[in-house]
Design a protein around this ligand. Sequence first.
Ligand SMILES: [Zn+2]
Length: 343
Amino acid sequence: MTDEKILSYIKKCLDAGRMSEAIETSEIAKVEFSKEELKNYIYKYLENGWISKAIEGSKAAGIGLPKEVLIKYINKYLEEGRIYSANEASKIIGIPLPREKIIIIGKECFLKGKLNPGLEAYKLVKENPPIEELLICGSVCFKEGQFYSGLEAYKLANKKPPEEELIVCGDKCFNTGQTTPGLEAYELANKTPTKEILRVCGEICLIEKRIDEARKALVASQKIEDIKEEKSIEIKEISRKEIGSLKEIEEALKCFGPGECLDCENGEEFKERFFLLSRCPAPGKEEEWLDKTMKEKYGLEHFAVGIFGENKGLIGSAVCVRCGSRNVSFESAETKAYIELKK
Ligand SMILES: [Zn+2]
């Protein structure tokens, strides 16, 4: 091994908290480290909350680590809500943590929306976290877009998350490029996000090169667009009599009806059905949607569409009473009316 490689290996050991291994290697390779340098590493371990690594390192390096220093760090961990490190340290040096202080810290964690450290604190003192603190925590988590923590907090409090908070959370998630939790938040609230916010989310994901999440957001956005178009066409079944009384329908279309059975040439006896469309479908997707809806909802595969007013539609469908065929031509009094027979 070259000196450079050895040095980088030792440095790696030191960074990972493996001080005795670093010291052994440096002795074999005759590389020297100053006590000051090693001491800096030991304090770095303490900053990281690696109490046992710091103690082990101080022994290997022959650097004293006074108990007061360790206690100072325990207090620091507690103040920062680093319950796990504080507990670990207190176990190693054999000093129990002050119970009241831990409860206060648990509460503070909840108020800041830090669910796990809060739970950790209450677990340490073997107490159940108060419901109201959990609810506050859940609420803060939702505000910050931490959907799963918020959900967990409400679950622990045995309460359903409020719809408004879910929406706030979903929006925050979308605005920070978290597609999945955003969609889940909206789903739980039984609401649909806007296509704009989904697009924003998708773009953030794209910039961050998270392709799957980007695709998910953009697909969801597209779907909303489709639903919107479909929803904007209303279909209402009406009788022939009602057609006659509708002022909007032009005279020409009032005679809109079956002309002749294309199978048996019957021109008189038909069973008819009529529907009003709030607007005519656009070619392509909307037409497909109308075909599908007429078939699934009304059982009609053949129908004619006439236009009246401002792009409103009148659908007519007929069954030949003589031969049972649905293949029936449609007519209106004047040819200016647009009539199309679907097959
Ligand atoms: Zn017929």
